[in-house]
Design a protein around this ligand. Sequence first.
Ligand SMILES: C[S@@+](CC[C@H](N)C(=O)[O-])C[C@H]1O[C@@H](n2cnc3c(N)ncnc32)[C@H](O)[C@@H]1O
Length: 312
Amino acid sequence: MTYRHVAAMPEEVIEMLAPKPGMVIADCTLGGSGHSRLILEKILPDGLLIGMDQDVDAIENAQNVFAGYEKNVHLINSNFINLDQALLKLNVEKLDGIFADLGVSTHQLLESGRGFAFSKDEPLDMRMDHDGDFTAADIVNNYSQKELKKLFWDFGEERWSGRIAERIVTQRQISPIQTSGELAEIAVWAVPKKAAFKMKIHPGTRIFMALRIAVNNELGVLEQFLDKAVDHLKPGGRICILSFHSLEDRIVKQKFRLLAAGCDCPKDFPICVCGKESRLKVLTRKPKRPSQEEVNKNPAARSTILRAGKKL
Ligand SMILES: C[S@@+](CC[C@H](N)C(=O)[O-])C[C@H]1O[C@@H](n2cnc3c(N)ncnc32)[C@H](O)[C@@H]1O
């Protein structure tokens, strides 16, 4: 299997994670192993890379990429909310670095056959974890019109959410919506022609993103993961997160801000009663963005937002 994905902001990620020989670093979203490869180069000869991905395709690819490095690389097919169990199993107490590159890989979008892209006609699945509980087709065929509208608005900020939801419900009364191609066509019909003409993106772009976020509970697991991630770092250990849309980035920004602030007592309390202390130094006051040169070479990286912090 060839696995297509170009790692986004590779130099900036390495600068922020600062991997050094002997370090133990978790890449929680292996994908095509692009970032992991760079991290491994820096931590050799004695370091340990823990590579996680909920998609078994990424793990199978990584087994080939890291053949011969079994002493330095542990691969784990799991959601990153299970990082604690993974560390426990490996007998690793604390990490020098945690990295996550959120969202979907080029392989998943274009080669997985799981209906992530409106440009393909494939089963409407969208599960990154092949054994996930429900598919995009389950949502599209079972949510009420109101629930679909809310989902497309909340996770896709799609202006025509109501019309697309209405069209889906009409269409599925004739026959269930089974493929990404059928759903893309519905979006094209639902959006008024004039508006669609002015759109710079396919009318299905935002609803596909919203469905993917819902199927994989992407925002929920990110919150849970960030709540605990810093506990796993050694003092001085780094965390670096790449996000691709504003909803993800808002979560990362707010969690980092809370961890940096420590005390969360109301402002009018004369003294701190919560006892929480600052646990993170934010290294990116302003988030880092890819250079124009990188975007020219790899347009998929254009909306990447990098935030990093250092455990106190
Ligand atoms: C953008 S790709 C990562 C690309 C990778 N950094 C590279 O250089 O090739 C995102 C990967 O994260 C995985 N992923 C997304 N959410 C995850 C989660 N909650 N737990 C584990 N893996 C996840 C996806 O399956 C996908 O393979």
